[in-house]
Design a protein around this ligand. Structure first.
Ligand SMILES: [Zn+2]
Length: 489
């Protein structure tokens, strides 16, 4: 009897070790496949150059949905289009801006998201960085004024975050004071223009613009030298009511625990000043390639892996928000949600989004790719991308952190094109993300138990600990959380 048990244990143990070896060799094989030549770069080039900028609601966005759907399908994956509703249509056409008054000249500018089309006129008031103090120093009526706000040079991702914060403060102040609109100086030189959302996101109705840095500096110098300037603006945009958009979700079913899910994603939509190469076609093509290589190698993950190409991200992560609502009954079984959305610079670690306990798990998972980089995992919560609604729902979630080399300076700008992608790093990154995904999918049940879902109080605790209220207000997502419209209840 005793011997039988010993023999049985031996068999179980050797099976277990065998399985571990198989799993390990799967990961090494996958890493090698990701590093080898693949159609990933050609896919990226197609999305950027042939399809182009992919604003949600545009024909190009629809083409991108269809094309990526077919890419997953021809790689042998089960794939579906996941339809959801966007609150309203807004597709920029053009903005014409010119200054009159003591001097007359044309300037380069673009509208921010949801600026209503129309003709606008007003006097220009320069209010520094738009801080509380700047506004206090100008007590006059602003109802016929466009507030001109300067910006620091944006050199990297910290600069971007500062720009978002300063812009939100200026916007809150301008709204409070009843200003007619805001003109932000571009944070990047040489006439570079870019588009992003206002703090009201899809609810915005205030005309807001980004003006070329050189033009804005000229206006400021003139105003400081005593000139009076008026601005005339003509905005054209296609607008409309709510419309349907689609995420693309492909899947490899788990062989042992199909009900448990690891979801990795990148957003398929972009703004259309450039072609959304670093933001985020590079990581869309990465998702497709990871799925393709796993299928080609016949890898059978223990848990289900879902590959999500999110839509409507730039307007407020509508696609991933929808997914968390649509799959609410399965969220307890979502063991990990990983977003890759900070371009193509080398991956230097991951954001664990307020969950300290993920760091040791991640450290051990990253051992399989320790030859591909050095990783420092940071427990800061990221609000600006598709991990966000998973965080709100208490699902363990990660965002890849990258060296910002190519990201910040081309962010949402006309310069975000294929030639700016760091192809070599994208290739290495794809191996890192593939290995990480498979490791989570093949994790022991014991380890996976640590990846549990948080309750509302625990999620609130993250927001309190990291003082996230301002940042969440900056992206118009604080009230939806407080009222229970978004996130776990
Ligand atoms: Zn993005």
């Amino acid at each position: 009897m005793h011997n039988i048990i010993v023999a049985f244990l031996f068999i179980v143990l050797s099976l277990w070790t065998n399985k571990t070896i198989v799993a390990q060799s799967d990961i090494s094989t996958l890493i090698q496949a990701m590093l080898d030549d693949s159609p990933m770069e050609a896919d990226l080039q197609y999305i950027c150059d042939a399809i182009g900028g992919r604003v949600t609601g545009s024909a190009a966005n629809e083409t991108a949905v269809d094309w990526t759907y077919e890419r997953f399908k021809s790689a042998g994956l089960s794939v579906e289009k996941d339809t959801f509703s966007m609150p309203s249509l807004w597709l920029a056409e053009y903005t014409k801006m010119n200054l009159t008054g003591d001097q007359s000249f044309d300037v380069q500018a673009v509208s921010k998201y949801k600026t209503p089309p129309g003709k606008y006129q007003g006097n220009v008031v320069y209010l520094g960085l738009g801080t509380d103090k700047d506004f206090e120093g100008y007590p006059q009526d602003l109802s016929n004024s466009f507030v001109l706000v300067e910006s620091e040079l944006c050199l990297d991702i910290n600069g971007l975050f500062e720009e978002y914060t300063n812009a939100a403060i200026a916007e809150f102040n301008a709204r409070k004071r009843g200003a007619k609109g805001i003109i932000f100086m571009s944070s990047r030189p040489k006439g570079l223009l870019y588009r992003f959302i206002t703090a009201k996101t899809a609810d915005n109705a205030m005309p807001q613009f980004v003006m070329a840095r050189e033009d804005a500096k000229r206006c400021i110098r003139l105003i400081e030298n005593g000139s009076k300037l008026d601005v005339t603006i003509e905005v054209n945009a296609s607008i409309g009511e709510a419309f349907q958009s689609e995420n693309v979700i492909a899947e490899i079913k788990g062989s042992e625990k199909p009900e448990e899910i690891i979801i990795i994603g990148a957003h398929i939509d972009s703004w259309a000043l450039g072609t959304g190469a670093n933001d985020n076609a590079c990581n869309v093509s990465m998702m497709i390639d990871i799925a393709r290589q796993m299928t080609r190698l016949g890898i059978k993950p223990k848990r289900t892996i879902r590959f999500a190409l999110w839509n409507g991200e730039e307007q407020g992560y509508f696609g991933s928000w929808h997914y968390t609502k649509e799959n609410i009954d399965e969220l307890d079984n979502h063991k990990m949600a990983l977003s890759v959305d900070i371009g193509s610079g080398p991956i230097i670690g991951f954001f664990t989004n307020g969950r300290d306990e993920l760091i040791p798990i991640l450290d051990s998972v990253l051992l399989s790719v320790d030859t591909l980089g050095q990783y420092l995992n940071i427990n800061a919560p990221i609000v600006g991308t598709d991990n966000f609604d998973f965080m709100l729902q208490g699902v363990p979630n990660l965002v890849a952190n990258h060296k910002p080399s190519v990201y910040g300076i081309n962010y949402h700008a006309s310069s975000d094109t294929y030639d700016k992608v760091d192809l070599e790093s994208l290739n290495t990154n794809s191996a890192i993300i593939a290995a990480l995904t498979l490791s989570f999918a093949n994790m022991s049940n014991q380890e996976a138990e640590l990846l549990n879902r948080q309750n509302r109080a625990q999620v609130q605790d993250i927001f309190d600990k990291h003082s996230l209220e301002f940042t969440m207000r900056m992206f118009n997502v604080w009230d939806p959380w407080v009222t229970g419209q978004r996130g776990i209840n």
